[in-house]
Each structure stands twice: as C-alpha cells, then as structure tokens.
Ligand binder design. Structure first.
Ligand code: FES
Ligand code: FES
Length: 127
C-alpha cells in the first residue's frame, strides 16, 4: 500500500509526541483503542481559562496512519475552543492525509481520542 507524503511526513516527524501531567487541572486525557487492530491512542489537551486548547500531546501505539492521524489532530486542535475541536471529524483527517479505505479506522481513532479528551475535560470541570 502506498502511503501519502503527508502520512509519511507525520510518521517520520510526529508533532507533539509526549504527555502532560494528568493531575494538572487544565489537562484532559482521551484514551481509545481500535477494536479492528488493537492499536491504542492517548491524546491530551491543555485548556486555558478561556476554554481554548493551548497545547496538545499524543502517544500512539499503532500503525503509521494512526500516528499520522493523531499527530495531525494535535496540530489542528491548538488554538481551538472545545466546541470547535469537537467538530473535527475522521473524514477531515482521512481527506487531509489521503488515507486509503482500509486505514479509515485509524482516523476514526483520532476523532474518538479528541472527543474522549473533550469529554474528560467537561467531566473534570463539571460540564
Ligand atoms: Fe494496527 Fe497495524 S494493524 S498497527
Ligand atoms: Fe489500526 Fe491503523 S491499522 S489504527
């Protein structure tokens, strides 16, 4: 299978790999797994007092497309409100990375991860 240049770029130079201190009140974590292949993605966001995502980090145990999808999403969410980040869909990710059909679930994993992180933030902050 041929990977797009964007997948290879994010795979070789992943942006924002790592993690934040989960005990930091401004940090929320989304941890999701793909039943199809067993890959796991952890995505964290750091939200400021105005409700804007200031920073994001990820760790993905998975294929190149999953790593590229999570890397891309951490770039996309920075500077967005939670409501805006909630709108990111796997189709946007798959389109941007030109993922082939068998790799669509990798982009779904990234959408699920950001949604899970947002849900975690809202739960932590009584929203
Ligand atoms: Fe997930 Fe290959 S099937 S890494
Ligand atoms: Fe499963 Fe990519 S092959 S996340």
């Amino acid at each position: 299978m041929a990977y797009s240049n964007k997948v290879i770029d994010h795979y070789e130079n992943p942006r924002n790999v790592g993690s934040f201190d989960k005990d930091d009140a401004s940090v929320a974590t989304g941890m999701v797994g793909a039943p199809a292949c067993g890959d796991v993605m952890k995505l964290q966001i750091k939200v400021n007092a105005e409700g804007i995502i200031e920073d994001a980090k990820f760790k993905t145990y998975g294929c190149g497309s999953a790593i590229a999808s999570s890397s891309l999403v951490t770039e996309w969410v920075k500077g967005k409100s939670l409501a805006e980040a909630q709108q990111i869909s796997n189709t946007d990710i798959a389109q941007e990375l030109a993922l082939p059909p068998v790799k669509i679930h990798c982009s779904i994993l990234a959408e699920d991860a950001i949604k899970a992180a947002i849900a975690d933030y809202k739960q932590k902050h009584g929203g």
